[in-house]
Design a protein around this ligand. Structure first.
Ligand SMILES: *[C@@H]1O[C@H](CO)[C@@H](O)[C@H](O)[C@H]1NC(C)=O
Ligand SMILES: *[C@@H]1O[C@H](CO)[C@@H](O)[C@H](O)[C@H]1NC(C)=O
Ligand SMILES: *[C@@H]1O[C@H](CO)[C@@H](O)[C@H](O)[C@H]1NC(C)=O
Ligand SMILES: *[C@@H]1O[C@H](CO)[C@@H](O)[C@H](O)[C@H]1NC(C)=O
Ligand SMILES: *[C@@H]1O[C@H](CO)[C@@H](O)[C@H](O)[C@H]1NC(C)=O
Ligand SMILES: *[C@@H]1O[C@H](CO)[C@@H](O)[C@H](O)[C@H]1NC(C)=O
Ligand SMILES: *[C@@H]1O[C@H](CO)[C@@H](O)[C@H](O)[C@H]1NC(C)=O
Ligand SMILES: *[C@@H]1O[C@H](CO)[C@@H](O)[C@H](O)[C@H]1NC(C)=O
Length: 550
């Protein structure tokens, strides 16, 4: 249901009645807002930090019941905003993310809220320290306004969880928002915050970006410390931002990567000196598509014509043509190593690494509140969501480990694939590989899995990817703008700056992103007395996902 203006007015007077009123500056229209736009409004005295935050919360109150993207709001948000207003008053407003409302996927530790992974068995799990990356966001002035739903424990791509229910795609209420970071995807698309965070073990920063017409970075393995984030696989896990435009994405990445070397995530020891302290915003301008070479990965398309695949193929014909018109060369890459099904089957490491990583996370002294202390304990609680056919790797993980001989073979196979991927760049003199994140549209709600995704290549090799909106499928009754389609731009390790530069130029030749129709109407915000309580809708969990059966 799309709220009408009349409904919004009724809602607004209701809030006025229950809220406390204090002298407020004009409210600020936060739809599609950017970091720069908010900073300009704040520094020129057009609005206050309190008012910015209230405007986002008003949108959440009006539209979250439709898309169910939020698990919880930070009760301290308003006092943090007031504190920032006092900095503003004393000319002490600093930080790249000063007063920028941000949502965290609910697998990031923050001392202000519980870290649930969307799992009922972790509802009371309460870290007493911030993940280093969350501390970096706070230090730069970001206001963490709440946490988003995810596919439970980030294990699939449909964004349904026992604690958070099913999140709904704001562009098409019959479809999922992708996943596992689909709560962040739906929320950022609906302008519930300026940007949000996600995690990605196979596809999860890219599928929600693709399905919600957004931008994301899956960084090179090691660039951003993953300490304090619910893990699955230290080989494949990566964390990063999801945003509405490339400029905000670059600022968010700069702050998240500023953690640098972190002894609690050894992969960060790999960061080359040239990438330490990198300012990615400074790398967005000055490039040219003229003379660039892109490899279009043929093996990552589904050429069987259907309503789910043809729109993706057509969008890629368009974007290839746009790149060529801008002076780039698009090379067809046909090597048979680019087969996502084959890569997943042969090289996925999750089932060997999951239990060890999870046991380490759950048994830390800094994790308080009642919670299981091992993966086995969690899975014997019955307080979780299970899709038996999809969770077979969890079955294996409960008994298996990195001592398994198969694991050693897989590590060698991944090295081979990594060399072959690097060779592909060399042989074709490529700047980047391009391909659809999903060879088919994001699936309908109630589907048992999200098929056709191509995230596994970057996940196992650790190469970086920037995902950008590429187009929309044709408009239908369910999807008035069509369903969003996203493109992955994959580069050599540590080439995030170059990939963001390419992404910026791609958006210049093909401006795609649009605000969803269902959340398009402005919401009038009113002063709030306190942060409202959000109760996720768990009545809408599709029947194919029984809770508590393994
Ligand atoms: C200035 O702002 C920073 C945070 O941005 C804060 O830690 C510091 O206490 C403030 N100083 C004054 C004098 O307000
Ligand atoms: C968070 O966990 C604590 C226990 O650690 C619990 O009392 C509280 O109700 C939880 N908060 C929410 C919002 O569920
Ligand atoms: C990091 O590496 C050291 C040395 O190999 C090892 O002792 C330690 O357990 C590792 N830490 C993590 C978090 O993997
Ligand atoms: C495919 O799309 C066409 C045109 O929008 C529509 O008429 C047709 O019913 C769709 N087919 C299926 C199987 O949904
Ligand atoms: C991709 O790999 C799968 C599984 O290994 C195989 O069944 C399929 O035929 C391969 N596809 C192509 C186009 O080679
Ligand atoms: C080792 O890995 C293989 C392949 O995944 C699996 O079939 C087997 O059950 C594992 N064995 C143990 C003891 O973990
Ligand atoms: C890795 O490459 C080597 C050398 O090409 C080859 O002998 C080996 O079979 C490959 N291993 C796997 C698991 O692909
Ligand atoms: C390709 O698309 C068709 C039509 O949607 C679908 O039936 C088929 O399963 C897809 N193939 C793969 C490998 O995903």
């Amino acid at each position: 249901m799309r709220p009408t203006y009349a409904a919004l007015t009724v809602w607004a007077s209701f809030v006025l009645a229950i809220g406390t009123t204090s002298a407020q500056l004009d409210s600020y229209d936060v739809r599609e807002s950017t970091i720069e736009g908010i900073h300009n409004a704040l520094y020129s005295g057009l609005t206050s930090c309190r008012s910015i935050v209230e405007s986002f919360i008003a949108r959440i109150e009006v539209y979250n019941p439709d898309i169910n993207a939020i698990i919880t709001l930070n009760p301290d948000t308003l006092s943090i905003a007031d504190q920032q207003d006092s900095f503003l008053a004393t000319g002490n407003a600093t930080g790249a993310l000063f007063c920028i409302p941000v949502l965290l996927k609910d697998n990031y530790d923050i001392s202000d809220m519980n870290t649930t992974g969307g799992c009922l068995d972790l509802a009371d799990s309460r870290p007493n320290v911030d993940a280093p990356v969350v501390a970096a966001l706070k230090d730069s002035g970001a206001i963490i306004i709440g946490k988003t739903n995810l596919h439970e424990l980030a294990l699939e791509g449909l964004t349904v969880s026992s604690l958070g229910g099913q999140t709904i795609n704001p562009y098409d209420h019959t479809r999922t928002p992708g996943g596992s970071s689909g709560g962040t995807g739906a929320a950022v698309a609906a302008s519930f915050a300026v940007f949000g965070t996600g995690t990605d073990t196979v596809n999860s920063l890219r599928s929600p970006a693709s399905a919600n017409s957004l931008f994301s970075v899956r960084p090179t393995r090691g660039l951003i410390s993953r300490a304090g984030v619910i893990p699955i696989s230290f080989t494949q896990d990566a964390i990063g931002p999801i945003a509405r435009n490339v400029d905000d994405l670059a600022v968010a990445l700069t702050v998240m990567a500023s953690v640098g070397y972190d002894p609690n995530d050894n992969a960060t020891a790999m960061i080359p000196i040239s990438s330490l302290g990198q300012d990615y915003s400074a790398m967005l301008y000055g490039g040219s598509l003229q003379g660039m070479r892109f490899g279009l990965v043929q093996g990552f398309f589904n050429r069987t014509a259907s309503n789910e695949t043809t729109p993706v193929n057509e969008v890629f014909d368009d974007i290839s043509a746009a790149l060529v018109s801008a002076g780039a060369t698009v090379v067809s890459v046909t090597s048979n190593i680019f087969n996502s099904t084959a890569i997943s089957t042969a090289f996925d490491t999750q089932r060997f690494e999951y239990r060890q990583d999870m046991d380490t996370y759950l048994s830390r002294a800094s994790l308080q509140g009642a919670h299981p202390s091992t993966l086995n304990e969690l899975y014997s609680s019955g307080k979780h969501l299970v899709i038996p056919s999809q969770y077979s790797f969890v079955d294996t993980a409960l008994v298996s480990s990195t001592d398994n001989n198969t694991y050693a073979e897989i590590r060698v196979g991944i090295q081979n694939l990594t060399v072959a991927l690097g060779d592909t760049f060399k042989v074709h003199s490529l700047d980047a590989l391009i391909y659809p994140e999903q060879a088919n549209l994001v699936v309908k709600i109630g589907s048992p899995s999200q098929s056709g995704r191509n995230g596994i290549l970057a996940a196992v090799t650790g190469f970086p990817v920037v995902t950008v909106p590429a187009g929309f499928s044709p408009s239908t009754a369910d999807a008035p703008l069509g369903d969003p389609i996203g493109m992955e731009i994959l580069g050599m390790p540590w080439s995030e700056g170059k990939l963001l530069n390419v992404a910026k130029m791609v958006t210049d030749v093909k401006r795609v992103r649009r605000i969803p129709k269902s959340t398009e109407a402005a919401v009038e915000s009113m002063p709030l007395g306190k942060v409202p309580k959000i109760v996720p809708n768990t009545k809408n969990i599709p029947k194919v996902y029984p809770i508590g059966v393994l």
